[in-house]
Design a protein around this ligand. Structure first.
Ligand SMILES: *Cc1c(COP(=O)(O)O)cnc(C)c1O
Length: 453
């Protein structure tokens, strides 16, 4: 067990050394770099609990955050932020009689080759709830400590915005501004974004996700906004990545003596970076597979280090439409070049291949995957056929298929049942303002909004 507690430094210099809550409040390091642990804590794997996700997570964080947060605080954080199921579903052939629908999950854990780790059982139905809710808890602690207030700006390509808005709404001292690209999110995602929430301003931008990200960056340079104390909740915030280590730990722990590979549907590379942090902290894992859509900078980079960022293109897995992954800088600071090539494989798939994967998995197993998870399932199949692998594959399932009913219908011909998290929204009032991609319009929208309840 480590005795020294973890501090955080910038990816760009070793001079900054800040505590967790400071790093969380700042978002970005002062030199523009991303925060990473200065000395990655290494946990005693055998001592971790495998009885439940919450217990497993607590036993991991007691060690990882030792000297940073007390056990009581950690328990409180898990109870507040991570109070939903994280099922690991084995994919098994469906009974040959297709009329018997759909009972795919017949074998017990430990026998199947491929598991889907469902990370979408939180309030907004994507894995972003892990990071956003934990961030909400940590920010609340920080603001209580400092009596400060912050305005969180979030550019979202689909799921981050609603997870952050849901997690941070109503917390004293926190205002949230969401920017999303008009007609680049699904109708369900849009409804989740614009539901009226206390302390949240939703802006529909006439532009792309890249435009939204640009506006957010530009806002930090605008002096008229300095009194708003801007910060960000995109996955550049280290507070989001820490809880995302926990499900890797939980999955690997459940598999006991067999060491898995993880397949990660990727965009901004936050999820993969969290897996790499877990690996550096002692997670048993054979390799990671970064599964991308047509936005394939990272798979290209793994093959050729001269690859460059490109503008994003729109796909059916919209939350992964990222041309310049912001966590790339963090990932390459955490791993040496040789570790990168040894531990990470990158693959990308077209829309057509994604739909095919949804259809094939459904036909063979009865499992309905959302288009993001489907990219991961396609990758798991391709990797599986390339080499004879020992050990199970865990595919991270990043969103609930009910968020994408039209695509699911197209791919597998099934109308999804609507989960309670969504039916709840149908009668709620919405509020959204249109914005052209202009820096001055954004500043005006933020400053003139009636923030008080
Ligand atoms: C955000 C998101 C991703 C990509 O995760 P990164 O951490 O940005 O790589 C994948 N799938 C879904 C559903 C998402 O919301």
């Amino acid at each position: 067990m480590n005795k020294a507690s973890v501090y955080f430094q910038s990816t760009r210099s070793v001079d900054t050394k800040v505590r967790l809550l400071e790093a969380v409040q700042m978002g970005l390091a002062p030199d523009g770099g991303l925060f990473i642990p200065q000395n990655m804590p290494v946990v005693n794997w055998d001592s971790l609990s495998s009885s439940s996700f919450a217990d497993c997570s607590a036993s991991f964080l007691y060690q990882w955050l030792s000297g940073v947060m007390s056990k009581t605080q950690i328990d409180k954080m898990i109870g507040f932020a991570l109070n939903f199921d994280v099922p690991m579903v084995p994919l098994t052939p469906r009974p040959s009689d297709k009329a018997v629908l759909p009972t795919p999950f017949v074998t017990s854990l430990g026998q199947a080759e491929t598991y889907v780790l469902e990370l979408f059982h939180g309030p907004t139905l994507s894995f972003k709830d892990f990071g956003a809710r934990t961030l909400a808890f940590l920010l609340r602690e920080r603001l209580r400590e400092t009596k400060a207030s912050v305005t969180i700006l979030v550019a979202t390509s689909g799921d981050t915005g609603s997870a952050v808005a849901d997690g941070l709404s109503g917390i004293e001292g926190i205002r949230v501004v969401l920017l999303y690209p008009r007609s680049q999110v699904s109708l369900v995602q849009e409804k989740q974004l614009i539901v009226k929430r206390e302390g949240v301003l939703a802006l529909r931008v006439d532009g792309t996700f890249d435009d939204c990200q640009c506006l957010v960056k530009g806002a930090f340079l605008d002096e008229t906004l300095s009194a708003m104390h801007l910060s960000t909740a995109n996955s550049i915030n280290i507070g989001r990545l820490i809880p995302q280590m926990l499900y890797y730990v939980w999955a690997s722990k459940q598999l006991q003596n067999s060491v898995p590979q993880f397949v990660v549907p990727s965009g901004n590379l936050g999820n993969l970076t969290a897996g790499v942090m877990a690996y550096k902290s002692g997670l048993p894992v054979t390799q990671f597979v970064a599964a991308h859509n047509a936005n394939d900078f990272f798979p290209k980079y793994l093959k050729n280090k001269d690859a460059v960022f490109e503008p994003s293109v729109q796909t059916i897995s919209n939350a992964m439409d990222v041309g310049a992954p912001s966590n790339f800088e963090r990932l390459t600071s955490l791993l040496t070049q040789s570790e990168l090539s040894r531990m990470i494989k990158g693959i990308s798939f077209s829309n057509h291949e994604t739909l095919q994967s949804m259809e094939k998995v459904y036909d063979e197993t009865g499992y309905i995957a959302d288009p993001h998870t489907a990219v991961g399932l396609a990758a798991s199949e391709r990797v599986g056929s390339e080499i004879s692998r020992k050990g199970p594959t865990v595919v991270l399932s990043t969103a609930h298929p009910a968020k994408f009913p039209d695509i699911v219908k197209e791919a597998v011909g099934v109308k999804m049942a609507v989960p309670p998290q969504l039916t709840k929204l149908s009668n709620q009032p919405v509020q959204v303002f249109d914005l052209s991609p202009s820096q001055s319009e954004l500043s005006l929208a933020i400053l003139s909004h009636k923030w008080n309840r």
